[in-house]
Design a protein around this ligand. Structure first.
Ligand code: PLP
Ligand code: COI
Length: 351
């Protein structure tokens, strides 16, 4: 694949997809020792045919973003959190565990080396950073690889859901789970995403933008919405004080989203009641707004959720609700340095 020169990119019509950029960075861990960070131009990786990543799914990844900001600087959002989550995935999958420092140095390096590919502020796009960690050494038995490869590439991206703030439709899936009750759902293991492909494609074929997963043990509580966390907003009646609640599922089988963690903090800053707990499906009836959140999804409103079990459609209105919009605006303003970074989430780069 040839490079698009930065001047050839249609910044205002970016989608969430892969665009080749000049440099990716790689680092190998052999016998427990991480080596030097390497810079590569090629898009391919040469790996042993018996690598555990290929046979046994010893792979995990991350996703984070860098933003070109109105003050001319570049901000990377919460990379230390992504570093720690990659550590927990790598530990669980028995790979070499990169230090937070190594992870952050590689992120900084790959963003810096591809800085011409960071979309301009006005475009609304961002530079998506994709760290991937794999067991790259050979094994025949089901055992961890003796070699781990951590690599990072970047791609300029636009919105994950093309409908954007219009709101998406979701269908509840009871025939496929993305993760097992005591499985890998809490990690960003590649296998979770392989396991979600049939469900996502079947959902699309039925005309839905996304799939709402329930807890895999009982199918009673809400887990996640596609590759994003789920939240609902409930507002108490005026005579009870009119307080707004940010309610999001807590479960072993959902990925602990860094966007969701940030939104919980912003909601608390706004004086909202924050509830992270099991959420029964029935509770959807009490939400005035629903949304999914993640690095790629940012906040995407959920307009409808269809439950094939009883034919019921839960409706949350077209477009973005009042509280979801407030949360979205504040998150995006922090990421772009337009309001104070009061929780110290950004790494500011002078690029
Ligand atoms: N849930 C799943 C399954 C995901 O793949 C993602 C994306 O990373 C998220 C939630 C959102 O997590 P984050 O906000 O850290 O990107
Ligand atoms: C992200 O939001 O970064 C994700 O990982 C979602 C993705 C699988 C496209």
């Amino acid at each position: 694949m040839r490079y698009m020169k930065p001047e050839e990119i249609d910044w205002n019509n970016l989608k969430f997809g892969y665009t080749r950029t000049p440099v990716n960075v790689r680092c190998y861990c052999r016998d427990g020792q991480w080596g030097e960070i390497e810079e590569h131009a090629e898009e391919t990786v040469t790996m042993h045919m018996a690598a555990t990543a290929l046979h046994y799914g010893q792979t995990a990844f991350e996703g984070l973003k860098a933003f070109r900001c109105p003050d001319g600087k570049v901000r990377v959002f919460r990379m230390d959190e992504n570093a720690r989550r990659m550590q927990s995935s790598a530990e669980y999958l028995r790979m070499g565990v990169p230090s937070v420092e190594l992870f952050c140095e590689m992120v900084t390096r790959v963003v810096t080396l591809n800085k011409e590919y960071i979309p301009p502020y006005e475009s609304g796009g961002s530079l998506y950073i994709r760290p991937v960690i794999v067991g790259s050494g050979p094994q025949l038995g089901v055992k961890p690889a003796g070699e781990t490869l951590l690599l990072m590439f970047v791609s300029p991206v636009g919105p994950y859901y093309s409908g954007g703030m219009k709101g998406i439709s979701a269908i509840i899936d009871r025939t496929h789970d993305r993760a097992a009750p005591f499985g890998t759902g809490h990690t960003k293991a590649g296998g979770n995403y392989g396991a979600s492909l049939t469900s996502a494609l079947e959902g699309h074929e039925k005309g839905y933008d996304s799939v709402l997963y329930l807890d895999p043990a009982q199918h009673r509580y809400i887990d996640e919405c596609g590759a994003a966390n789920f939240f609902g907003i409930r507002v108490d009646a005026a005579e009870e004080g009119g307080r707004a609640h940010y309610i999001t599922p807590a479960s072993h089988s959902i990925l602990p989203s860094i966007t969701n963690k940030s939104l919980r903090q912003i909601a608390a800053d706004f004086g909202m009641e924050v509830e992270a707990r099991q959420v029964e499906l029935d509770e959807l009836n009490t939400f005035s707004e629903a949304g999914c959140c993640g690095t790629a999804a940012v906040i995407t409103p959920v307009s409808t959720i269809f439950d094939p079990a009883d034919g019921k459609t839960y409706r949350f209105g077209e477009g973005v609700g009042l509280w979801s919009k407030k949360l979205y605006d504040e998150l995006v303003a922090i990421q772009h340095g337009e309001v104070e970074d009061r929780h110290g989430w950004n790494t500011v780069l002078d690029l």
